[in-house]
Design a protein around this ligand. Structure first.
Ligand SMILES: *[C@@H]1O[C@H](CO)[C@@H](O)[C@H](O)[C@H]1NC(C)=O
Length: 283
């Protein structure tokens, strides 16, 4: 082994440099035990890995499972590496979302939901934003890769100007704060907790509930790891917005991978579209 050639101090120095480099550049080293607690599913929530950086959720016939942050957040950036249920995942839904206290009836919520599919067919990424209890702002996408084969990074940036959904730094969706235009529909004063779950939704998830969960493949597992939550006041997330390059990526996704957009659903909003829709083209 090459390592045995480097002895004593030299070896320690190499290790020290390696450690410094990794603690500077390795992104997302969050500890699931410190920052999260399980919400349901008992033993089906499993934390592992060095520094408790890995978490697996399972779903079987009897229950799904989930977890949430101990803290509340008002603005910030969340990054989570995730890998979804593979093979026949039809009927399963994996989530990563933020929500304020739902018992108020006027809650805010920012949703990423990943709807499984039969083997070989694409996952659907479902996004939504609730403000003051009002949702119905769905956009759905397919992906340019199979999200059950490898970990990818799913991010939510939430600052006073916008909410941005990203996959591996490519923006899928930008939901802007249009209060300057008199549109009051932006989550801005209710702190939210981060939630994640894996559950069975075969009554609606896959092709409108036509395809049922194949329980012979259970238990189903979804993986989360290396999360990063940036709420630092000087963090880059505070001014995060589109630039020329990411705007081009956003257009590419919306042109090629968007499968549903509430702002173009004429049947549903035949009377009038939600007010933010007419501004959304200025993304
Ligand atoms: C499943 O695959 C079908 C066929 O490719 C596709 O139309 C659908 O959007 C996919 N996703 C879900 C959740 O059904």
């Amino acid at each position: 082994m090459g390592v045995s050639l480097i002895m004593g101090h030299e070896f320690k120095l190499v290790m020290l440099v390696a450690l410094m480099v990794s603690s500077t550049y390795v992104y997302g080293v969050g500890n699931f035990n410190n920052d999260f607690e399980s919400t349901f599913g008992g033993e089906r929530v499993k934390i592992s890995g060095p520094g408790n950086s890995d978490l697996a959720l399972t779903l079987d016939k009897y229950s799904g499972s989930g977890f949430r942050s101990k803290r509340d957040y008002l603005y910030g950036r969340l990054d989570m590496q995730m890998k979804f249920v593979d093979d026949n995942s039809a009927g399963t839904v994996t989530t990563l979302y933020l929500t304020s206290d739902q018992s108020t009836g006027r809650h805010d919520e920012i949703d990423f939901e990943f709807l499984g599919n039969v083997s070989g067919q694409p996952y659907t990424i479902h996004t939504n934003v609730f403000s003051q209890g009002q949702g119905s702002r769905e956009q759905q996408f397919h992906l340019w890769f199979d999200p059950s084969k490898a970990f990818h990074t799913y991010s939510i940036v939430w600052n006073p100007k916008l909410i941005m959904f990203l996959v591996d730094e490519t923006p899928l969706r930008v939901y802007r704060n249009y209060e300057n235009h008199g549109i009051i529909s932006f989550p801005k004063n209710q702190p939210q907790k981060i939630h994640a779950s894996l559950w069975n939704a075969d009554d609606w998830a896959t092709q409108g509930g036509l395809v049922k969960t194949d329980w012979s493949k259970a238990p189903f597992t979804a993986y989360y790891r290396n999360f990063n939550i940036d709420t630092s006041p000087n963090g880059q997330w505070r001014n995060h917005d589109l630039n020329a390059n990411s705007r081009r990526r956003l257009r590419w996704v919306q042109k090629n991978y968007m499968v549903y957009n509430y702002c173009t659903d004429w049947k549903r909003f035949s009377q009038s579209f939600p007010p933010e829709c007419k501004h959304a083209k200025f993304n």
